[in-house]
Write a protein that binds this ligand. Structure first.
Ligand code: SAH
Length: 217
C-alpha cells in the first residue's frame, strides 16, 4: 500500500464506524482494499473521502459508507454467489469478492469494465467475472444468485433480476425517479417476494431494457 494513503484510509474506517458500521470483518475488508487503485489518476487524492467520486463517462464511484451499509444489509455468507449490476470502478466488486465465494458483475460502459478488470487483476482477485452489457436483464448464464446488488437507480424493480434470485435470496436496488430514490431490500421467500424500504438515496440512472431509456442524442 502506498504509505501516503495509510492515514487517510484509517480516517475513513473511523468514519464508517461513526456511521454505524460495526461488523469488524467488513471494516477489516474496507481497510484491506485500496480504493485509490480503482480511481482515475485525477481523483485519486480523494480516494478515502467518504464521498462519491467521478470516474468518467458521467458515472461515479459510490460513497463508501453507503457501500458498507449495502454490505451490512446483504449479510453475505462466504459460500454465496453475488450478482452486481453497475461495476463502475470495480471497488465495490472487490469488497464483494472478499465477502462472497464468487462475484458476477455487469457494466454497460465497456471502458469502465476494462478498467475495473485491470484493477482487479493487478490486485490478484481470481473469483470475479465481468460482463459488458445491459444488467437490467441480469446474467442468466450463472443464475440463480444468493444476492443481487444494483448500483444504479431503477424506475421499478427489474423483473428479470427477481427471477435470478435463489429461494431466500436478497436484492438491494434503488427505486424511484431519476433524481431521488428509495433503497429497497427485496427478499425471495417461500411465501413470495418481500420488500422493505431502507433509506433515501441518490444514484446515477440504470439505463437499459428494464431501466430508464437511454437518452437519444
Ligand atoms: N459500485 C460502483 C458504482 C458505479 S455507478 C462503484 O462504486 O464504482 C453505477 C454504474 O452502473 C455506472 O458505471 C453505470 O455505467 C452502470 N450502469 C448503468 N446502467 C446499467 C445497466 N443497465 N447495466 C449495467 N451497468 C449499468
Amino acid at each position: 500500500m502506498t504509505e501516503r494513503y495509510v492515514a487517510a484510509r484509517r480516517a475513513l474506517i473511523e468514519r464508517l464506524q461513526d456511521r454505524g458500521i460495526r461488523d469488524l470483518n467488513l471494516l477489516r475488508i474496507f481497510d484491506l482494499v485500496p480504493r485509490h487503485e480503482f480511481l482515475p489518476e485525477a481523483v485519486r487524492h480523494r480516494a478515502y473521502e467518504d464521498a462519491a467520486v467521478p470516474i468518467g463517462f458521467g458515472q461515479t464511484a459510490s460513497q463508501p459508507s453507503l457501500q458498507a451499509l449495502y454490505m451490512q444489509l446483504l449479510e453475505l455468507e462466504p459460500h454465496e454467489r453475488v450478482l452486481e449490476i453497475g461495476t463502475g470502478s470495480g471497488f465495490q466488486t472487490a469488497i464483494l469478492a472478499h465477502l462472497a465465494d464468487r462475484v458476477y458483475s455487469v457494466e454497460r460502459v465497456r471502458e469502465l469494465s476494462v478498467r475495473a478488470r485491470a484493477s482487479l487483476d493487478r490486485l490478484r482477485f481470481s473469483n470475479v467475472a465481468l460482463l459488458v452489457g445491459d444488467g437490467t436483464i441480469g446474467w442468466s448464464r450463472f443464475a440463480p444468485y444468493d444476492a443481487i446488488l444494483v448500483s444504479a437507480a431503477a424506475p421499478d424493480i427489474p423483473q428479470p433480476l427477481i427471477s435470478q434470485l435463489t429461494a431466500g435470496g436478497r436484492m438491494l436496488v434503488p427505486v424511484g425517479t431519476r433524481e431521488s430514490q428509495r433503497l429497497m431490500l427485496v427478499r425471495r421467500t417461500p411465501g413470495g417476494i418481500e420488500q422493505e424500504e431502507v433509506i433515501d438515496c441518490t444514484f446515477v440512472p440504470l439505463l437499459g431494457r428494464f431501466g430508464w431509456a437511454e437518452e437519444v442524442g
